[in-house]
Design a protein around this ligand. Structure first.
Ligand SMILES: [Zn+2]
Length: 430
């Protein structure tokens, strides 16, 4: 048992909460809020801005106290502060692993056990009725046939590949939305090939040119295979090929979920500065439009944002969080902001600098050595270091650069200032 919410990876955040867990969330809200939430649980969930919230949407709803309070009040729920906090922390424990009671359908999150809600494990007794808690399934992560990215077992649709379209990727979702041709289905069964494996071969194997990158074409083949394969024999060979097909090396994009969270590489306070910049440059409706238009998953990001009316602060905070989590804070974004608000270029570039990966000591040292001596002297002069900290002008620049790097190690503020100075001296240096 644990009361530590797991850090949620991007794929999980984008996963829709399965219906069973969603029903469990409503029961749990009822269990915590009692009569104060009767008939209002759905309204609270609707504050995520969607009927089919993802785990990320639930996190967004509950992550910040002010956002959650606003959601409660929008839903017409009045709770004592302790209950509010209990409910908020309980919602933060909702993830793919959260078990559901086989008997009453409530979530395996214990709110009676102690000060903070505790996440139970599958197999334990239900905190509401002592019934048996079932896990969300023992399935493993699997490759999405559209992107080849490995997705958690709870992910059933791909909303990224085709804007505005929901492409089913798990076996059940595919088969519930598409009627697999009976002849093809018999072949798949006899070879032991899943529909999603067949689709993966179609979309990434030797026949991939047919679909020009649009997975919907491959789905059509399921329903009408002989329109694509000339005859039953060709189709039979396709299924056999699909069985033997090895998944091509996944796109580098899939590595992003395992990489260090990008925030760690940014200058301290970068996220806050970005949020502040957005609130200074735009109105809240402009912010939403910008989010919508900036990338292909704009709609999805918009759904994860707090619903209006919400404070500008909570809106821009959420935008900054979503963009950072999705690795979207980059030169493209700042170029877009400059296009929108050319008059504020300087402010925008200042924030952009904070999102540049933080250089290492060695990189700073190298950059310092490459400065012209007059530039180097100027940086030292304005460094604010006490006189006598560094060797005089007659010492080699490399010696003084070493001293400067030692000096900035003692204080992150110094480090940031020197990095900014070096970049001002020449943008190619760091
Ligand atoms: Zn139960």
């Amino acid at each position: 048992m644990t009361n530590e919410p797991k850090a949620m990876d991007r794929a999980t955040k984008m996963t829709e909460v399965p219906a069973r867990q969603l029903a469990g969330i409503i029961l749990m809200i009822g269990r915590i809020g009692k009569s104060a939430v009767t008939g209002k649980c759905e309204a609270l969930l609707a504050e995520t801005g969607t009927d089919t919230p993802t785990y990320g949407n639930i996190q967004m709803l509950a992550r910040r106290v002010d956002t959650f309070n606003l959601a409660l009040s929008n839903a017409g729920i009045k709770l004592p502060a302790t209950k509010t906090e209990e409910m908020r922390l309980a919602l933060l424990l909702v993830g793919p692993e959260t078990p559901v009671c086989k008997n009453c359908g409530d979530l395996g999150i214990d709110i009676e056990g102690g000060d903070e809600p505790i996440l139970a494990e599958a197999g334990q007794a239900c905190p509401a009725c002592m019934g048996y808690l079932e896990g969300s399934g023992s399935r493993s992560p699997y490759p999405a046939w559209t992107t080849l990215e490995t997705v958690p077992p709870t992910t059933t649709v791909d909303v990224k590949t085709v804007r505005g379209a929901r492409i089913p990727i798990d076996e059940e979702a595919i088969r519930s939305e598409f009627r697999v041709d009976a002849g093809l289905d018999a072949l798949l069964k006899s070879e032991g090939v899943l529909a999603r494996e067949f689709l993966l071969w179609l979309f990434h194997g030797p026949e991939k040119r047919r679909f020009a990158g649009d997975p919907r074409g491959a789905l059509d083949v399921l329903e009408n295979p002989l329109a694509a394969a000339r005859n039953e024999n060709v189709l039979r060979n396709w299924v056999k090929d699909a069985k033997a097909f090895r998944i091509p090396q996944a796109e580098p994009a899939s590595a992003s979920t395992q990489a260090e969270p990008p925030t760690r590489r940014f200058a301290p306070g970068a996220r806050e500065k970005l949020a502040l910049l957005l609130s200074n440059l735009f109105s809240s409706s402009e912010v939403r439009r910008l989010v919508l238009n900036y990338t292909t998953d704009g709609e999805e990001i918009c759904r994860a944002l707090p619903e209006p009316p919400c404070s500008m602060r909570s809106l821009v905070d959420a935008v900054a969080d979503e963009w950072i989590a999705r690795g979207l804070v980059n030169d493209d974004l700042f170029a877009e902001l400059i296009v929108a608000r050319g008059g504020r270029r300087k402010d925008i570039e200042e924030v952009a600098m904070m999102f540049k990966p933080q250089p290492t000591d060695a990189e700073i040292y190298n950059a310092l050595c490459r400065l012209m001596s007059s530039q180097f002297t100027t940086i030292l002069y304005f460094s604010g270091a006490a006189p006598g900290t560094f060797s005089g002008d007659s010492a080699p620049q490399s010696t003084r650069a070493t001293e400067l790097v030692q000096w900035i190690k003692q204080d992150p503020g110094r480090r940031e200032r020197i990095i900014a100075d070096i970049r001002k001296a020449g943008s190619a240096l760091l």
